[in-house]
Design a binder for this molecule. Structure first.
Ligand SMILES: Cc1cc2nc3c(=O)[nH]c(=O)nc-3n(C[C@H](O)[C@H](O)[C@H](O)COP(=O)(O)OP(=O)(O)OC[C@H]3O[C@@H](n4cnc5c(N)ncnc54)[C@H](O)[C@@H]3O)c2cc1C
Length: 444
């Protein structure tokens, strides 16, 4: 039997193999066909790039579709990172397709005259223009000051348009889809993609709608945060591992996809009650304090693999959090206390000021129940502060990490610069990167 770690490793290998197969299979099947008329290497090569790019773009929906089976072995951070990076590869592949064609066969430049061009060219240009807008608006979303929810909506619409027009272009060109079996293959790809879209946009929200939650209470926390307690309304609720997160919908219907991700900030409760702790940062998080008990809420989850339950064999854990990044740590620490786990734990919490330390008292209350060393690092410490000050760095880590630091599992969550600095420092201290687990609150 596999251990949990080995099982996730083999699942990861499986999904990577499926990904490679699905992006390259059409190429092999379509190009190794002796019945095709020769059109020259560069022309066929450019078409190959176009096919690969299109297949990759279809698979982007699998990556962002919150399919926990696919994401589990990698974790959301890695999957979203891959989504962003691979979209650049797909973009350049698709762009290279016409560029190579224009250079190798200059007469094809005439296809850019859309007034007279055949429909296959019009579809191709439409797909490419939308793709360019999509890539630019994603890359420079913040610089262009695009509001997140609006950007997310149009990002999805444009992704569908790029693939739709790309497929129309491919069918109209017809060269590599000239036989029934090839048409079946691409129709299969298209049908798989449409079914996924239907599942993500219609079936999943419908399932979410059927399992509503109700707000039990909203309480203020230190650090401009609010704790929201929810209980399932007429269903058994969800089972999650401490450290995971869920997508929360308030005020809206789940069909509008206006949900926001939040980590569970308490351990699993037998009553099914859940807690999220949300820092006031923007449009949505600023509304939490107005929520009234009894309000309906919807959840899509659990998601993520940032959890001690993935590494049950560890001889001890280190939790390093900055600001509101403490929420998943709180969930894991509370669970360890409920389980009467006595393995050594170190928690380092970075905050600007003492008054802003979310869960300060709750964490201190857990100390006697756990074998826990809790250390605060303050950017602006008060007078007579005896704890650490400044930012968490290699010196601070070295001071508190035990001798068996290589054997421990590390969980890091906080502002990106803090996470990057801590990751680097841990690697320098000889911790293996496989032992460092991160949850980034900025997916996009
Ligand atoms: C896995 C995960 C767990 C999280 N857990 C917590 C938590 O426990 N407590 C907490 O306070 N915050 C948490 N966050 C962050 C929280 O989701 C964002 O702060 C919140 O969605 C911002 O929404 P807003 O409308 O208030 O802010 P806005 O002002 O609209 O946006 C600020 C920034 O937040 C991000 N953002 C906005 N909306 C979304 C969205 N729907 N999905 C993803 N990112 C978005 C964007 O990068 C945006 O630029 C978590 C994020 C992730 C990815």
């Amino acid at each position: 039997m596999f251990t949990k770690k080995e099982s996730f490793f083999w699942q990861a290998v499986f999904w990577v193999a499926v990904y490679i197969l699905l992006t390259t299979l059409p190429l092999f099947l379509l190009f190794f066909d002796s019945t095709l008329a020769a059109r020259g290497f560069w022309r066929d090569f450019s078409a190959a790039l176009g096919f690969a790019g299109l297949a990759m773009m279809m698979l982007q929906f699998v990556l962002t579709g919150r399919l926990q089976t696919v994401k589990a072995p990698f974790g959301s951070d890695l999957v979203y990172h891959f989504h962003r990076e691979i979209s650049q590869v797909a973009f350049w592949l698709v762009l290279a397709h016409p560029l190579i064609l224009f250079i190798s066969t200059p007469s094809t430049l005439g296809l850019l005259n859309l007034a007279q061009a055949p429909w296959r060219a019009r579809f191709a240009v439409t797909s490419l223009v939308v793709l360019i807008i999509q890539v630019c608006s994603s890359r420079w979303r913040r610089k262009l000051r695009l509001e997140y929810d609006a950007w997310r909506f149009w990002h999805g619409v444009m992704a569908v348009a790029v693939i739709f027009f790309g497929m129309l272009h491919m069918i109209k060109v017809g060269h590599f889809v000239n036989q029934p079996w090839k048409q079946v293959l691409w129709i299969g790809y298209g049908a798989g993609w449409v079914s996924l879209l239907v599942y993500i946009r219609l079936i999943k929200p419908w399932l979410t709608l059927r399992r509503p939650y109700e707000v039990v209470s909203v309480t203020p926390e230190r650090g401009q945060a609010w704790s929201l307690r929810l209980r399932p309304r007429d269903h058994e609720g969800l089972r999650f591992s401490p450290g995971q997160f869920a997508w929360l919908t308030l005020w809206e219907t789940p069909f509008l996809a206006k949900d926001h991700p939040f980590s569970f900030s308490a351990g699993p409760d037998p009553s099914g009650e859940l807690r999220f702790t949300i820092k006031e940062l923007g449009d949505f998080t600023g509304t939490i304090k107005q929520v009234q008990p009894g309000q309906k809420a919807y959840l899509d989850g659990p998601h993520g693999s940032f959890s001690i339950d993935r590494y049950p064999q560890a001889p001890g854990y280190v939790f390093i959090a900055g600001g509101i990044g403490v929420t998943p740590m709180m969930s894991m620490l509370q669970t360890l206390a409920d389980r009467k786990d006595q393995r050594p734990l170190l928690t380092l919490l970075a905050n600007r000021e003492e008054s802003g330390i979310t869960f300060k008292q709750e964490l201190e209350g857990l100390e006697p129940r756990l074998n826990l060393q809790l250390k605060h690092v303050l950017e602006k410490p008060p007078e007579n502060w005896s704890g650490e000050s400044g930012f968490i760095n290699q010196d601070i880590l070295e001071r508190y990490l035990p001798d068996n630091r290589q054997d421990l599992d590390y969980f890091i969550c906080g502002p990106p610069p803090m996470m990057d600095a801590v990751e680097k420092a841990l690697l320098k201290l000889g911790v293996h990167f496989g032992k460092i687990h991160t949850e980034r609150f900025n997916l996009v």
